[in-house]
Design a protein around this ligand. Sequence first.
Ligand code: S3P
Length: 163
Amino acid sequence: MILTGFMGSGKTTVGERLAQSTGKEFIDLDHYIEEETGQSISSIFEDQGEDGFRQIEKEALKKVIGNTDAVISTGGGIITYEESRDLLKGNKNHNVYFLSAPFDLLYERVKNDEGRPMLKNGYDATRELYESRLQFYEVTSHYQVDAALEVAEIEAAILELED
Ligand code: S3P
């Protein structure tokens, strides 16, 4: 299982629960990157810019995607690079679930989080980013799940689709 979707869609929370209920390993790609680099996501953005981060993110995805026995939650921008999109689309190990919800709901959840550098340009720019990304979440996923539901309901919907 791989979870994708915009910031605030609950990828980490849902992924953790799915890993627990299926007995699989949980890999949060942002956390994996922080461990590998010894740097926070924000400081990678500060030092290397978004492009630098996307390169690291792509390599990290390449490393973990072969692990069939894991639930992987990705960062919201995983669909930015074509190579990362191709990795998601071409993978034979995991179903990719796009956790989808209206922008305003997601923005309310994350807007005050200092640890998310992609929010720094405010409401309008973040909304544009969301809109430009939707098509990519759609083409790289096998299933769309309603991320406005309660966490337990999202988890149940995914488990049913895995069956
Ligand atoms: C990003 C989302 C973040 C993290 C980084 C960039 C994005 O992950 O990867 O700050 O471009 O949307 P979350 O979706 O877990 O917040």
